[in-house]
Design a protein around this ligand. Structure first.
Ligand SMILES: NC(=O)c1ccc[n+]([C@@H]2O[C@H](COP(=O)([O-])OP(=O)(O)OC[C@H]3O[C@@H](n4cnc5c(N)ncnc54)[C@H](O)[C@@H]3O)[C@@H](O)[C@H]2O)c1
Length: 339
């Protein structure tokens, strides 16, 4: 069986998904939807982001190009709607797709607010359709290997964990939506959510969060640092910032210190430091998290089962956690998220 995909929003992530489906045997893009006429004609040269190159020219023969979502939704050939629109448009598109009887793959975050996330999750239950959310760190080599090691307990309890993610200022998005707080939720909801979601996946719900932030203007979060409160004084922090100069390279990294070993992830991959002696390089999968994630979602739809890795409920919790962190950073107080 080949799953027929309709991608909505052909920007940085839409192109990434398009390319991944092109490498899969059991999925095929049959339709795209974008309000940019050049992109519908296959001129993807304007596409840019903080990782990967621009789009160039794309051969769209055999792919129906729509300017409006309702055109794509009325297409019986589309099994799954893959939403890679700006974040503020996720909920409305997901609700419409579920109403039209389609399964949904949605880029992270599931929606701009946790209230909208809950509406989408409820609509999926009512429509008996699946919703998958692109929390790609749950599929990222290095991150999943580290999680396996922590969960195995082989190296004892975690004493501390620190996650980092930095980028230059995002200037490349459609009508600059990334820099509009109402549309993107800025650095916290767009960039830092990757680590917040992984913290939830690795350690479960924190008792409280204490965040501090800074921004280009007052009340604007372009940089956030959070301390998550867990049992036994385990120290868990995450920091993300996207106000760096244009030449500043994107980076993501973490360090997890356990009783009997320390894990360090960065540009060189995943290293395991034993208490004595040299670090060892940990072997990880070569396939990136985007591809593993989309292959997993396609597999779930084919087998008619829910994902055990990322669910509408977990994606809702991630947005709730970011809301708690944002409230903490803006108020200066510690906040207990009701996850
Ligand atoms: N998982 C990741 O690592 C990752 C990385 C980047 C972005 N994202 C997420 O992916 C989503 C998209 O981000 P992006 O960077 O690709 O954005 P982008 O600005 O590059 O692309 C958005 C696209 O949507 C189109 N569009 C906008 N409004 C439309 C409408 N009403 N109808 C049809 N098309 C419309 C634009 O023309 C553009 O092509 C966001 O939710 C973002 O958070 C995830």
């Amino acid at each position: 069986m080949t799953l027929r995909m309709g991608i909505v929003g052909l920007g940085f992530m839409g192109k990434m998904h398009f390319d991944v489906y092109g490498r899969m045997k059991n999925a095929r893009v049959v339709a795209i939807c974008d309000d940019d006429a050049r992109k519908r004609r296959g001129d993807w040269s304007s596409i840019a982001g903080n990782i990967g190159g621009a789009g160039g020219r794309q051969d769209l023969s055999g792919v129906r190009a729509c300017s409006r979502l309702d055109q794509l939704l009325s297409d019986d050939d589309v099994d799954v709607v893959d939403i890679t629109l700006p974040t503020n448009l996720h909920a409305e598109a997901a609700l419409a797709a579920l109403k039209a009887g389609k399964h949904v793959f949605c880029e992270k975050p599931l929606a701009r607010t946790s209230g909208q996330c809950r509406k989408v999750a409820a609509a999926a239950r009512r429509a008996r359709r699946r919703v998958f959310v692109g929390h790609c760190m749950r599929f990222w080599p290095g991150y999943i290997e580290a999680r396996k090691m922590v969960k195995s307990g082989l190296y004892g309890k975690v004493l501390s964990a620190a996650f980092n993610r930095f980028s230059c200022t995002p200037t490349w998005s459609y009508r600059n939506w990334l820099q509009d707080p109402v549309k993107s939720g800025l650095c916290a909801l767009d960039l830092h959510i990757h680590d917040a979601d992984f913290v939830l996946y690795l350690f479960g719900k924190p008792k409280s969060v204490t965040s501090r932030g800074s921004g280009f203007s007052k009340g604007r979060l372009d940089h956030i640092v959070t301390s998550y409160e867990y049992r036994d004084n385990m120290l868990v922090t995450a920091e993300a910032g996207w106000e760096y100069p244009a030449a500043f390279p994107f980076s993501m990294s973490f360090r997890i210190m356990m009783e009997k070993a320390t894990l360090d992830y960065g540009a060189d991959g995943l290293l395991l430091y034993p208490p004595k002696g040299k670090p060892k390089k940990v072997k990880t999968a070569t396939r990136d998290g985007y591809e593993s994630e989309l292959r997993h979602f396609v597999d779930c739809v084919e087998k008619n089962r829910a994902s055990t890795v990322v669910t509408p409920a977990s994606a809702t919790q991630s947005v709730m956690l970011i809301e708690a962190e944002t409230a903490s950073a803006l108020s200066g107080r510690t906040v207990k998220p009701r996850l």
